[in-house]
Write a protein that binds this ligand. Structure first.
Ligand code: FES
Length: 511
């Protein structure tokens, strides 16, 4: 098997029984915030334009690049479609002309005349843009796990489908928390440090579980080339930066005794022959230049894209809108359909664009002008960005405004998942889907395990991770290692999101 790495988590997998193009990403994403790092704009698209199969893991714009797909990829490619339970990925690919679809049921090997693919779909409301996935590709000799952003909640889900010759795994940040928040500087630094640490620890945990012969860190970090965002880049291996690069993580792996992890950059070719791996970089400097003097590298990269960024910014909005009126018409019917999400938010969310700021009241179910006053979440951002979301009728603002990190967020209290779930569900069918999911999650499963003197429900109240595998217990504190939510075992209280409760008790106590 031969894999050409395309940058971020894009890859072109070739074997004697077929080729798969996975998540090619070349067009800067999220209102010009994210660029592939190291840069991949020198690769020749024609080399990857005629795959037998096209696999898009999910709709986040650093994985699904409609402009590039439309311009370059042969429409005869068959789509390997994850089973998300919602049609959005299929619809968007069909709109581009990719209509030949192989449906891949969750976790079921699909035989494609000698090439076997298994797609693991994640379908909770919090999973990506309503759906995220990983893929296992097996040509009969070599088996590869491309995990990209997906975080399966059970080790068995991955392990039972091995052994693997190679694993591609995410280790760096891909979120706006805590960088876009208005925390004071020491608090933000502390939270960012923990976030960076958690991301790399989680990647190591997956590497340990999967036990692949070779590991390839990928799927981030992005490069931030706009002057407004340049400070987000991890120039100096800052312990309080959530975007560590490949070199940092490979050093971390080496420090922990891993000898099977490899650096790959856009254009690197990996030759896998069962347990052997040979990596060839496109040039001797390609593997060093992006990291040796990162400031200079990103400055040159930014200079090359300056005109593009100017054009991008000028296209955000075509005119001044009455946002209150627009969002009243759009959001109020959605609020009426979303009792679980609304009660989860439980207050007012403000889009603070200065004059004409908008209050979305999830308790009253109404949208109105905001003139100050209490709110659970306030997003301070440029009017042109919100107007662009309205003009383009973007039904998933997480996949546009929020991942852009072009805002400052103020929040009362801890993380509230329902706020972001609402902003990624801005259509009737989307909000109906998440309401159904939340209703099902309320039907808790009655499975338990015992550890360290505690009897604990088996599945995490956040996103149902198997706590027999993910629970880390320290005294009366339980941390679920999948997203690092914390619970007080004595009370069951969730310390990360107070609307969740972990059912648990000390062994010997009456329930
Ligand atoms: S599943 Fe997310 S913290 Fe447990």
């Amino acid at each position: 098997m031969r894999i050409t790495f395309l940058g971020h988590v894009g890859m072109f997998v070739e074997s004697s029984v077929g080729s798969v193009l996975c998540d090619p990403w070349f067009t800067p994403a999220y209102f010009g915030s994210w660029f592939p790092y190291p840069r991949n704009d020198t690769l020749d698209p024609e080399q990857f334009a005629h795959p037998d199969y096209l696999y898009i893991s999910h709709l986040h714009r650093d994985h699904f690049d409609p402009d590039w797909l439309a311009a370059h990829v042969d429409r005869s490619a068959q789509v390997l479609l994850p089973d998300f339970g919602v049609p959005y990925l299929e619809e968007q690919l069909a709109a581009l002309g990719f209509v030949d679809v192989v449906r891949c049921p969750h976790g079921v090997p699909v035989d494609l005349d000698g090439l076997t693919v298994t797609v693991l779909a994640q379908t909770a409301p919090a999973d990506g843009p309503l759906g995220d996935s990983a893929i296992i590709i097996d040509d009969g000799t070599t088996r590869v796990l491309n995990q990209n952003d997906a975080r399966p909640g059970s080790a068995a889900e991955l392990v039972d489908r091995g052994p693997y010759h190679a694993q591609f795994v995410q280790f760096s940040g891909a979120i706006w928390y805590p960088v876009a928040y208005s925390f004071d500087a020491p608090t933000k630094a502390k939270l960012a440090q923990a976030k960076r640490r958690n991301g790399m620890d989680r990647a190591r945990q997956y590497i340990d579980w999967v036990g692949a012969a070779h590991v390839f860190p990928c799927a981030g970090p992005p490069a931030f080339l706009d002057d407004d965002l340049a400070a987000l880049n991890d120039f100096d291996d800052d312990e309080a930066n959530i975007f560590p690069d490949q070199r940092v993580f490979l050093r971390e792996l080496a420090d922990h005794g891993y000898r099977n992890a490899h650096l790959i950059v856009p254009g690197s070719v990996i030759e896998l022959d069962a347990g052997d791996a040979r990596v060839t970089h496109p040039s001797p400097s390609a593997a060093t230049e992006p990291f040796a003097d990162k400031r200079a590298y990103l400055a040159a990269y930014a200079a090359d894209w300056r005109d593009w960024l100017v054009a991008e910014r000028s296209g955000w909005s075509s005119g001044r809108r009455d946002l209150v009126a627009d969002l009243k018409e759009w959001f109020e019917p959605l609020l009426a359909r979303a009792p679980i999400t609304s009660s989860g938010v439980g207050g007012v969310v403000v889009l603070d664009v200065g004059e004409g700021a908008v209050a979305i009241d999830f308790v009253a179910g109404e949208v109105r002008p905001w003139r100050g006053g209490a709110c659970v979440y306030r997003v301070e951002t440029e009017r042109a960005l919100v107007e662009a979301c309205v003009e383009r009728h973007i039904e998933d603002w997480v996949n546009a405004l929020f991942l852009s990190a072009r805002f400052v967020a103020h929040r009362e209290g801890p993380f509230n998942e329902y706020v972001m779930t609402f902003f990624k569900s801005l259509s009737n069918d989307r909000i109906d889907f998440v309401e159904r999911c939340y209703a099902e999650l309320r039907d808790v499963r009655d499975e338990w395990f015992e550890r360290d003197g505690w009897r604990i429900e088996r599945f995490c109240p956040h996103r149902q991770a198997d706590l027999m595998e993910f629970a880390e217990i320290d005294g009366e504190r339980l941390t679920c290692a999948l997203h690092h939510w914390e619970f007080d075992l004595a009370s069951g209280e969730c310390l990360t999101s107070p609307d969740r409760v972990l059912r648990c008790r000390r062994i010997g106590e009456r329930s």
